[in-house]
Design a protein around this ligand. Structure first.
Ligand code: AMP
Length: 224
């Protein structure tokens, strides 16, 4: 059996932060289609050029493009025991694509939705700064870098994501409601959907997520 932990939620819910921690804790790689696409944009590859206009306007990159990226990544040897998905799948088609990649019964899937109000999301995204070097995330108020405007882990100059501007964030939230939220029902019908309150401190949210994941993997009791 292969473990698939899917972190689910609107932009700004904290999926990336929690995925990185879970990856360390569980020893599975964290796979973010957003990070892979941003790398492609920065490198100016064909994929990056194709994806850029969608990303900068807050729209979803077409399913066939993202599905190809995910397939290539999930077939790599480091995903053999399991993986953590951050920001993928985002549509019902993408969710069906994940299932099609593995023989029925091979995947032990647990989906954890991180629930956060729109108002909090807007505040978080406006102050978010990311490290293009190691993908560590900061917030100018709630979790600033100890090294000022540089990453306190690898020293790279921090940036604000272009799609974290207010106008693009509103579009991303709209797209989430319309295309991505319906996945909750999809995974509920498969009895693999769980939810945590994502409005509190990072550590507490992480403990809640870990409790759910461990219970699903048969390593403890559900704590959320
Ligand atoms: P993220 O970092 O996950 O917020 O992704 C940033 C942007 O990359 C999104 O707003 C989309 O334009 C694109 N993107 C990332 N993942 C996906 C996906 N699974 N499906 C479609 N577009 C995606």
């Amino acid at each position: 059996m292969k473990t698939a932990v899917i972190l689910f939620g609107p932009p700004g819910a904290g999926k990336g932060t929690q995925a990185r921690r879970l990856s360390v804790e569980l020893g599975y790689p964290s796979v973010s289609t957003g990070d892979i696409l941003r790398e492609a944009v920065a490198a100016g590859t064909e994929l990056g050029l194709a994806a850029r206009k969608y990303m900068e306007s807050g729209m979803l990159v077409p399913d066939e493009v993202v599905d190809g990226i995910a397939r290539d990544r999930l077939m790599r040897p480091d995903c053999a025991r399991g993986f953590i998905l951050d920001g993928y799948p985002r549509t019902i088609n993408q969710a069906e694509h994940v299932e099609s990649l593995f023989p029925r019964g091979e995947l032990n899937t647990v989906v954890v939705g991180i629930r956060v109000d729109d108002e909090v999301l807007l505040r978080r995204l406006a102050g978010r700064r990311t490290c293009p070097g190691c993908a560590k995330m900061f917030h100018v108020q709630s979790s600033p870098s100890k090294a000022g405007d540089r990453c306190d882990e690898c020293g790279t100059q921090l940036v604000q994501r272009r799609d974290d501007s207010e106008q693009v964030v509103k579009e991303r939230l709209r797209v989430y409601q319309e295309n991505t939220r319906p996945l909750i029902e999809f995974y509920k019908s498969r009895k693999v959907y769980f939810e945590v309150d994502g409005s509190g401190a990072v550590d507490g949210i992480f403990e809640s997520i870990l409790g759910i994941v461990n219970a699903r993997l048969g390593r403890g009791a559900v704590s959320a």
